[in-house]
Design a protein around this ligand. Structure first.
Ligand SMILES: [Zn+2]
Length: 335
C-alpha cells in the first residue's frame, strides 16, 4: 500500500516541532544571512530513544531561536503547511504557543501565524488548516489566562481559523487544577479543548481530575490505563485519543510499537487519531506513522479508511468541512 497517496488528517502537530531539517537550515541561513556558523540542525532532532521527556522538550529550543521574528515565524509556518500538503495531508490542525520574544509580542506571534495560514489558502489549496493556540503549563497560570484572552481577541478576526485551545508543555511542578479557570474561559467562548493528558508516568494523580473536567480530545493518554478507574472513565466518555507512536517511542514513554496503548484503544473500538506530534524533531511523517501502525497492528485498507473517517469526526472542522473531507476520503478508497 502506498501510504503517501492516502488522503490524511493530522490533528496533533506542534508548529516548531514540525520543522524539517531542510526548513531548520533555511531559517538558520535567513537569520544569520547565509553564514553557516554555529549551524547544527542535528541538535534539533531526537536521533535515538531518550530516557526522559525533559530532554525532548529541550530539542525545541533550537527551532524557537530561529522563529523569533515575524518574518521567519511566518516562513516556518508556510513551510510546515507545504510539507504536510506534500505528504497528502488534506486537513491539518496546527498548534503553537504564542511566544513573546525580543522582537514581537505574543499578540504579534499569534497574528503572524494566522496570516501565514491565510496566505497558504492560496499557495497550498490542497490542505485545509486550522489553528489551536497552546497553553504551555510551564509558563504558569497567569500567562495561560492571558493567552486564552488573546486567542479570544484574535479569533474575532479569524473566526473560521482558530478552533480550539491546547494544554501542553512539561507537566512537572504544575497542578492541572490551577489551569481549570483558563480552560473553562476558553470553553465558554466556544473553543474546543485538546489537552495533553497522561503523557508521563508522574502525572497519574491528575488524570482523573482532567477526565472529570472533560475535554474534546486527549493528547497521548499514554498512562491512562495505570488505574482501572481512569481507563473506565476514558472509555465511557469516549474522548478521542491522539496517538503519536514514534514520538512516544523516541521519548521512551512506551517500550515498543507493539506495546503502544493505541493497541488497547483499537481493541476497545475507542476513537483514535494517528498523529505525528513533532514530525521534525522525531523525524517522521503522517504517512510513516500510519504505515507503522498498519504494519504493527495489521490494519487492513478498510481499517485505515475507518480510522481516517473517525479522525474527521474528531476534528474541530465545521460540519460542511467534515462532510467535504469525508467525500474526498470515500472517493479515494472507491477508486
Ligand atoms: Zn504534543
Amino acid at each position: 500500500m502506498d501510504y503517501k497517496s492516502i488522503p490524511k488528517i493530522e490533528l496533533h502537530a506542534h508548529l516548531n516541532g514540525s520543522l524539517s531539517n531542510k526548513n531548520i537550515l533555511e531559517l538558520h541561513q535567513l537569520k544569520y544571512q547565509g553564514s553557516d556558523q554555529g549551524i547544527n540542525a542535528d541538535a534539533y532532532k531526537v536521533q535515538k530513544e531518550l530516557p526522559d521527556l525533559t530532554q525532548c522538550f529541550a530539542k525545541f529550543k533550537y527551532a524557537h531561536e530561529l522563529t523569533d521574528v515575524p518574518e521567519r515565524l511566518g516562513r516556518a509556518c508556510e513551510n510546515v503547511i507545504r510539507d504536510f500538503q506534500e505528504d497528502n495531508v488534506v486537513y491539518l490542525e496546527l498548534r503553537t504557543t504564542p511566544r513573546a520574544t525580543e522582537h514581537m509580542s505574543r499578540e504579534t506571534y499569534l497574528a503572524t501565524v494566522c496570516e501565514a495560514i491565510r496566505k497558504c489558502e492560496k499557495t497550498c489549496p490542497g490542505i485545509l488548516v486550522k489553528l489551536i493556540p497552546s497553553i504551555d503549563r510551564s509558563k504558569g497560570v497567569q500567562v495561560a489566562e492571558e493567552n486564552v484572552e488573546l486567542t479570544r481577541k484574535i479569533r474575532e478576526k479569524y473566526p473560521d481559523l482558530i478552533v480550539g485551545i491546547d494544554l501542553s508543555g512539561n507537566p512537572e511542578n504544575t497542578d492541572f487544577r490551577d489551569f481549570r479557570k483558563a480552560l473553562q474561559a476558553a470553553r465558554d467562548c466556544g473553543l474546543k479543548l485538546a489537552l495533553h493528558c497522561a503523557e508521563t508516568a508522574g502525572s497519574v494523580s491528575e488524570n482523573l481530575e482532567m477526565l472529570e473536567f472533560g475535554m474534546d480530545r486527549m493528547g497521548h493518554g499514554t498512562f491512562m490505563d495505570e488505574s482501572l478507574e481512569t481507563w473506565k472513565m476514558l472509555l465511557e466518555k469516549r474522548i478521542p485519543v491522539e496517538c503519536c507512536v514514534r514520538s512516544n517511542l523516541k521519548c521512551g514513554s512506551v517500550s515498543s510499537a507493539e506495546n503502544h496503548h493505541i493497541r488497547k484503544l483499537l481493541e476497545a473500538q475507542h476513537p483514535v487519531a494517528i498523529c505525528t506530534d513533532d514530525s521534525g524533531v522525531f523525524d517522521t511523517s503522517l504517512s510513516s506513522e500510519i504505515e507503522l501502525c498498519a504494519k504493527t497492528f495489521k490494519l487492513s485498507r478498510d481499517a485505515i479508511e475507518e480510522i481516517t473517517l473517525s479522525t474527521i469526526d474528531q476534528s474541530f472542522a465545521s460540519p460542511s468541512e467534515k462532510s467535504r473531507l469525508k467525500t474526498l476520503v470515500h472517493d479515494f478508497y472507491r477508486k
